[in-house]
Ligand binder design. Structure first.
Ligand code: ZN
Length: 282
């Protein structure tokens, strides 16, 4: 449900983004189909039984875009992520770094944009009953480890927020509290995007996710007391260099959402915690 709500939080596509997204989708449509300008961020959720070509792109003849490219500027959701082919999961590492998928086939090479937000969902174990007290789960620790290991370390190193979500109890399910709804949060997200744009446009960038490490540690450098916890994690080997930059990007986003000019020590701590919450709970 969280993954399906995510596109509703994202702002409308700007003109140049709408053109890009529409161009990719028109490549996948029937030649006779009328093309309409797509204004909303796309949402793609290919099934785990889909072929690698259907997800990554490919096929016979000139390679065609797959679900990952159709999710450009939107959300790519893989439910039951460990069930996907290993080569599909590993192929996603490239666009998560570069925002582009390059596909080589005998008929030629194609490069399609693929700058999506990736959402992976996984059960805690093959039988799916290990959450909470996990009393009904029949899986061995070995089976659980092997199942989750299908999502490789290098892939998870590129996933900024990793959360353990507990099973919803009947009491929680029926509760309709004062939680913010999607339109209210979307307003905050739009405000955060505008802050980013003001800060990053002079650098030729638009969103925190696009900021290269050298800029994070250069023009946007934070004071060393602010990043102390992060430096410490890097020194201890808890965090990779890539992970370090990714925590900084997330901390900037937390500050933008809160309407602050710079991330403070707490933003850094929260970003680090969001990255590690699942492994800490496992
Ligand atoms: Zn189990």
């Amino acid at each position: 449900m969280l993954a399906e709500r995510l596109p509703g939080l994202l702002p409308d596509l700007a003109d140049n983004e709408a053109m890009e997204v529409t161009a990719i989708h028109s490549l996948c449509a029937l030649p006779t189909a009328a093309v309409q300008l797509l204004r909303r961020p796309p949402f793609e959720n290919p099934h785990h039984s889909a072929t690698a070509a259907a997800i990554i792109g490919g096929g016979s003849g000139l390679p065609r875009p797959g679900a990952a490219s159709r999710a450009h500027r939107g959300v790519l959701f893989l439910d039951e992520a460990p069930e996907y082919e290993r080569r599909v999961l590993d192929a996603l590492r490239q666009p998560l770094e570069s925002g582009e998928l390059v596909i080589h086939r005998s008929a030629g090479t194609a490069a399609y944009p693929a700058r999506f937000q990736l959402v992976l969902a996984a059960n805690p174990c093959p039988c799916g009953k290990a959450s909470g007290k996990g009393l009904d789960c029949t899986c061995t620790p070995m089976m659980r480890r092997r199942y989750l290991a299908r999502m490789s370390g290098p892939l998870l190193d590129r996933v900024d927020i990793q959360l353990q979500v507990e099973r919803v109890s009947l009491a929680d399910f029926g509760r309709t509290g004062a939680e913010e709804d999607t339109p209210a949060i979307a307003v905050r997200v739009r405000g955060a995007r505008e802050r980013q744009l003001l800060r990053l446009r002079p650098l030729g960038l638009e969103t925190n996710s696009q900021v290269p490490g050298r800029v994070l540690r250069g023009a946007l450098r934070l004071s060393s007391p602010t990043t102390r916890i992060l430096d410490h994690s890097l020194e201890r080997g808890v965090l990779t260099a890539r992970g370090y930059d990714r925590v900084l990007r997330l901390a900037w986003t937390l500050a933008d959402l809160a309407g602050r000019d710079y991330p403070d020590h707490d933003d850094i701590g929260q970003a680090l915690g969001l990255r590690q919450a699942a492994s800490a709970a496992a």
